[in-house]
Design a protein around this ligand. Sequence first.
Ligand SMILES: *Cc1c(COP(=O)(O)O)cnc(C)c1O
Length: 286
Amino acid sequence: MLSEVTPFHFQGFDFYVKRDELIDPLLSGNKYRKLYTLLQTPPETYHIIISYGGSQSNAMLSMAALCKQKGWQFQYYCKPLPPHLKQQPTGNLQMALNLGMQLIETESYTQTITQLQSKGKTLLIPQGGADPLAECGIQVLADEITQWQQKKHLNILNVVTPSGTGTTALYLAKHLPDCQILTTASVGDNEYLTQQMQQLGSIPNNLNLLEPPRKYHFAKPYPELLDTYQALKQSGIEFDLIYAPKMWQTLLTHMQNIQGTVLYVHSGGLMGNITMLERYAQKGFL
Ligand SMILES: *Cc1c(COP(=O)(O)O)cnc(C)c1O
């Protein structure tokens, strides 16, 4: 077992949490699982890893940590940085640069990334690690959940985890056919999430996209998301500020319709909290 499961009492309900955030501080949560195949890959297989996306992305930091471990060059494409961040990188960006990431800012971002490709000893990983390469590590996670479920003699199990690209939720559903997988979109709405997931394969019937109680813009500070983060932390577990609060709020509004045991898979991302908490403070919410 790569991570333990702990009981978690929150807002009057009993949950279990799979503590994937404890696996590794940099390669945390589902990023460890999604990069699992590459972590097992011999260093001589690749020279260069290329990826792209946001300049504070959790996936970026995890890939930087992976490449540092393997001695691979890491080239990461993003849109031009705002001047303050360029002068003084913070949070995930700062940590990734310290791990040796080469950052390539490009004005023609969309055009540039469509031209990127894997070739020889250069591997391209799509934004957020949304790649069939992620399946193997998510299957390991699914197998750990099945072992735990059998040991606990749980008949009806619901497995909850928030979605960005939906890679984690999709492969969990595929490899836990006897469980219900519950998720919600963090980027865009559930319709957009469905499109993203369909690029990786057909969507299993046991994958449920829950409607959130309200709309939120991705990675923007909202006082009620901060409240949920703080309430979760007071209940004993720190979660990330971008994905988890919305997932928990959504889960709580659906609890009356959910039967059986609920296992929340912690998706990691705690390193990103440093810069999110700063942004909350700047807005006067903290
Ligand atoms: C990346 C990330 C997600 C989203 O995972 P997907 O597999 O892209 O859906 C969820 N939570 C956290 C904390 C993340 O860093």
